[in-house]
Write a protein that binds this ligand. Sequence first.
Ligand code: AMP
Length: 212
Amino acid sequence: MITLALSKGRIFDDTLPLLRAAGIEVLDDPETSRKLILDTNQPDVRVVLVRATDVPTYVQYGGADLGVAGKDVLIEHGGEGLYQPLDLRIAACRMSVAVRADFDYQAAVKQGSRLRVATKFTTIARDHFADKGVHIDLIKLYGSMELAPLTGLADAIVDLVSTGNTLRANHLVEVEQIMDISSRLVVNQAALKLKREPLRRLIDAFASAIPT
Ligand code: AMP
């Protein structure tokens, strides 16, 4: 049995065409079914639905043989025990710094001000500002980061940006792009040895179906 860990939404939707290219059809729709284990047309392949941030953990400890996770999630997890053979180039976006439109970020950086930064992505934020030589107080949040600058909780946020609509709707501006983000295939290193043939076949089929 091969178990693939996916999160609902963008990653699930964008992985379906890659699975199809490998001859695998998922038999349930996670938007209408409450099942967490989804069968496929291949009796020896199943999909488990987990939180996006839990995908690396499931794969690391062998709860799943492989999974699909964003580069952001993988950096925050640390990537231990994970083989990362492919950038699938799906769920693409960028990690950025954003502030209130009336906050002069460049001036604050130039003056060497200490910045309050709110984010879910503490490793990425810490590394980014350390590289710039900017001192920060980091405030860990679990969601609705856009609210932090609007309420005075923070000067800046570090968040994922795709179209920029969420920032615009909240009168925030993107002042720095930290890195491009896309989702990667991650594989349990022990499973790669024990289930070498079927996993290799799957990895190769994914590789040839990656969008250009
Ligand atoms: P947008 O309004 O299109 O810029 O999307 C920004 C919002 O969607 C933010 O709240 C992000 O956390 C989330 N988001 C955008 N792209 C992704 C992605 N590829 N993976 C996860 N979350 C994303």
